[in-house]
Ligand binder design. Structure first.
Ligand code: ADP
Length: 431
């Protein structure tokens, strides 16, 4: 029934009641009294219906509609329709919420939703397991009260969504987590933590294996090289057929020794997270000394010169920095023709410190540049071996720079030379 029909019915109901009261009142000559009684009865009926409506609204789903006709019936059926729709929507939302909750529970990674002030709003099952959070107790608590970690605190206040940190799980020192944050909603944060204990363990096993193999190879190689050298120097072995094989053996043994030394250096660089030494390194002197060494080693090679534009020192490990610069300069000399040049630059542009090794050599094709710092990655493996390269030089440079919080940028164009730019943060500059 539509609302208009309900109103019309109600209007006629009032008209009939008033008319009957008037007719009966006229008969008994009591029109006023009868009209008053009629209006009182009508008001009482409405009051009664209002009371019934209030009762029924308490739980509209439980009881059937008390009145099916007239304006009241209309009101009841409209409310019933709205509440049925509401109940259906609630049911749909509940199913969706349940599905969402069970799917996030199935996630192996911990997820914790935090409000603007860093209090926990929600977390999944993995968060209970990995972060030792308790559903009944910890909702509404500041996460940093339960997961005390300076690194996590710094990450949350930095709001750096691209960064991740590696921390020990709360109360479980042996369990390592990789934690990152993501923004959601209005200034809220979703914290995601992944258990990386196994991954780190496997990485350590791999590194240890490479380091152990390299270490084990060192002694036999030294012995072999020693014997080859003795044979080369032995005057009694004058057979000319032996000269070339012995030269090749000495060369290859030296190459293997160099690979073993580079692998051991890489293992050491990967081993500890902080640089072993924190000394004031005079970069100007270091660059000049490396330039001189490389110039004298490559007689007939390109000119090597230095541009020292800053007198400021660098806080770091002298030996490691020297090894990185040497690798860069040896590469530059090896890949530059004798009429070209190699320039070593030390500068503190703006706030950052810049170390650059630039050459006017053959350059590197763009597709190789992103992979150059991978171990054993070479543009031309044959030529690299011929020149005594191990394919580990730039991997060492990258690790040394990592340990000095520096970034390596490589700019190069084929036939136009290359620039290897190392940027150190201002915090490492010494006045
Ligand atoms: P390698 O022992 O072969 O020099 P590196 O890791 O030092 O190993 O370098 C990887 C590769 O990068 C080299 O094989 C070479 O192809 C390329 N490369 C490095 N430096 C330069 C440079 N200055 N000019 C051209 N190519 C270079």
């Amino acid at each position: 029934m539509n609302a208009r029909a309900g109103w019309v019915q109600e209007f006629w109901r009032i008209a009939v009641v008033v008319f009957l009261a008037w007719v009966i009142g006229s008969i008994f000559d009591q029109v006023g009294l009868l009209l008053l009684l009629a209006l009182f009865g009508y008001t009482f009926r409405n009051l009664f219906n209002l009371q019934r409506l209030a009762n029924w609204l308490g739980d509209p789903q439980a009881a059937d509609i008390p009145i099916h006709f007239g304006l009241w019936g209309d009101i009841y059926s409209r409310i019933a329709r709205v509440s049925a729709r509401q109940a259906q929507r609630e049911k749909r939302l509940k199913t969706l919420l349940n599905e969402y909750a069970s799917s996030t529970s199935a996630l192996p990674d911990a997820a914790v939703a935090l409000d603007v002030s860093g209090r926990i709003r929600w977390f999944n099952d993995a968060a209970s397991r990995l972060l030792a959070l308790q559903p009944a107790k910890d909702i509404g608590q500041p996460l940093l009260n339960l997961f005390r970690s300076p690194e996590l605190s710094a990450l949350l206040s930095s709001k750096d969504y691209a960064r991740s940190i590696k921390v020990s799980a709360p109360g479980q020192r042996d369990r390592k987590l990789e934690v990152r944050i993501a923004p959601y909603g209005e200034e809220q944060i979703l914290l995601l933590a992944q258990d990386i204990t196994d991954r780190l363990h496997q990485e350590r096993v791999r590194k240890d294996f490479v380091a152990n193999v390299s270490h084990e190879l060192r002694t036999p190689l030294t012995v072999l090289s020693g014997f080859v050298e003795n044979l080369q120097n032995d005057e009694s072995l004058s057979d000319p057929r032996l000269v070339r094989p012995l030269d090749v053996m000495a060369q290859q043994a030296a190459r293997m020794r160099q690979i073993v030394e580079d692998l051991l250096l890489l293992a050491r660089l990967e081993g500890d997270s902080a640089p072993s030494q924190q000394e004031n390194v005079d970069m100007g002197a270091l660059l000049r000394s490396v330039a001189d060494d490389c110039q004298s080693l490559s007689s007939g090679g390109p000119q090597v010169h230095c541009e020292i534009n800053s007198q400021r020192g660098l806080l770091g490990d002298q030996k490691q920095l020297r090894s990185a610069v040497t690798n860069l300069v040896v590469n530059a000399v090896n890949h530059t023709p004798p009429d070209g040049s190699v320039t070593l630059v030390w500068d503190d542009r703006g706030n950052d410190a810049v170390l650059e090794v630039a050459d006017t050599g053959e350059g590197i094709a763009a597709e190789h540049i992103p992979r150059l710092t991978e171990r054993f990655y070479r543009v031309d493996a044959g030529r690299s071996r011929e020149r005594g390269g191990t394919g580990l030089g730039l991997a060492i440079v990258k690790h040394v720079l990592n340990r000095h919080d520096a970034q390596l940028e490589i700019k190069s164009h084929l036939s136009h030379g290359s620039r290897f730019i190392c940027r150190f943060p201002s915090s490492r500059l010494i006045a």
